[in-house]
Design a protein around this ligand. Structure first.
Ligand SMILES: *Cc1c(COP(=O)(O)O)cnc(C)c1O
Length: 389
């Protein structure tokens, strides 16, 4: 297949930052003789708990956030006949895991300013079959967790946070992962705020959810391979207690995670600087800039999403084309689920039921944002936007 040649100065939408420590740790793993789930995955779990910094957290490393969301809802007993509420303004992974379990998804609209799930819409959507709520901390800005947890308590709903964007985000001064939901699930996909290539972390205070997820992430085996080869019971003995999945994180991936996590605060500082630089460089253009976290709170800045203002005279698709022609990669987060054929047809969804997500989608552009960007790259994107708008 002919691929268009990418000019040398193309500014991609996202790039991971992998340093020499990560590379050395991966090489060490490869030479160690233990490359699947083992001591490094264990250490990544305990380092992650230490990073979140509150006692009593269980961290379960998995090979994707999608897997972690699936395991969390499975451990909570979600199944056929149940309904799970989530936002239309997300990636399909948030919702598809509900279908894996044979339960139904009820999508609700987002808040117009933050693009996070709208608590009032959640409250209005709760029905007799509703068992759980999956908020997403969109772009790295924490959803309104105090209100969502209050609604959940009132209606006896389980809460699993899709925290794929939310390392490190805060709500009420506390890090996402410690907010008192049933579980929170982080993603270490290639373009997330820290990466293991593919990977995720399920965080919960509930020892039963953690224990179930540990069993189900590896075939329903009652103890994982590392235990089998190190504990007193005969090394060959294991028991299958359920038809589990294959969701364990390899030590090769965990080797990356150990060092990415160590750098997470520096990465975050750089993302904040870049977001501030965008804010300054884009002011005065017909753009709605992204919502900030309230004073004292932390936005993880996984994404920097602008929206064309009412008085912008160019269509969104055209702006993205023009930026691409100028050597700048952009994206759209997200094509709302209510527009995707599977979700639309399965639940008979219409755009007019999700006016805020729909309107945001039609006008939104995610600009490049990653730690390896230079200040001059921000200026270049702003310059290109000025020229287009
Ligand atoms: C990336 C992402 C996921 C899935 O993460 P994986 O680790 O790729 O499975 C889920 N939800 C949201 C909102 C995401 O952005």
């Amino acid at each position: 297949m002919n691929r268009p040649t990418v000019p040398a100065d193309f500014l991609p939408f996202a790039l991971p930052e992998i340093g020499e420590e990560e590379i050395a740790e991966v090489v060490d793993t490869l030479r160690s003789g233990w490359i699947t789930t083992g001591p490094k995955a264990r250490r990544f779990e305990s380092d992650f708990a230490a990073f979140l910094g509150e006692p009593g957290l269980h961290c379960v490393a998995v090979n994707s956030a999608t897997a972690g969301l699936h395991l969390a809802l499975e451990a909570l007993g979600i199944g056929p006949g149940d309904e799970v509420l989530t936002t239309t303004h997300t990636f399909t992974a948030t919702a598809e895991v509900v279908r894996y379990l044979g339960a139904d998804v009820k999508l609700v609209d987002c808040d117009a300013a933050t693009l996070n799930i709208d608590p009032a819409a959640v409250e209005a959507a709760v029905g007799p079959r509703t068992k759980a709520l999956v908020p997403v901390h969109y772009a790295g800005l924490a959803a309104d967790m105090p209100r969502l947890l209050q609604i959940a308590r009132r209606h006896r709903l389980k809460v699993v946070e899709d925290a794929a964007h939310a390392l490190p985000s805060t709500s009420g001064g506390r890090l996402v992962g410690t907010l008192g939901s049933d579980a929170a699930v982080f993603s270490f996909y290639a373009n997330k705020t820290i990466t293991t290539g593919e990977g995720g972390m399920l965080v919960t205070r509930d020892p039963e959810i953690a224990a179930r997820a540990r069993v189900m992430r590896l075939h329903g085996i009652s103890r994982d391979a590392f235990d089998r080869f190190s504990a007193q019971v005969p090394s060959w003995y294991y028991e299958i207690v359920a038809p589990g999945f294959k969701y364990n994180l390899t030590d090769i991936a965990a080797a990356l995670g150990l060092h990415q996590l160590r750098r997470a605060r520096d990465f975050h500082r750089r993302r904040e600087q870049l977001a501030q630089a965008y804010d300054a460089a884009l002011s005065g253009l017909p753009l709605q800039l992204p919502a900030h976290a309230p004073p004292g709170e932390q936005h993880a800045w996984h994404l920097y999403v602008v929206r064309l203002a009412d008085d912008a005279r160019v269509a969104r698709d055209r702006v993205i084309e023009r930026l691409y022609a100028a050597g700048i990669g952009c994206s759209v987060h997200y094509i709302p689920l209510h527009l995707q054929p599977y979700w639309r047809e399965r639940y008979g969804l219409q755009a007019r039921h999700f006016p805020r997500s729909q309107r945001a989608f039609e006008r939104m552009i995610s600009l490049p944002l990653y730690t390896r960007m230079r200040d001059a790259d921000v200026e270049r994107v702003a310059q290109a936007l000025r020229a287009v708008l």
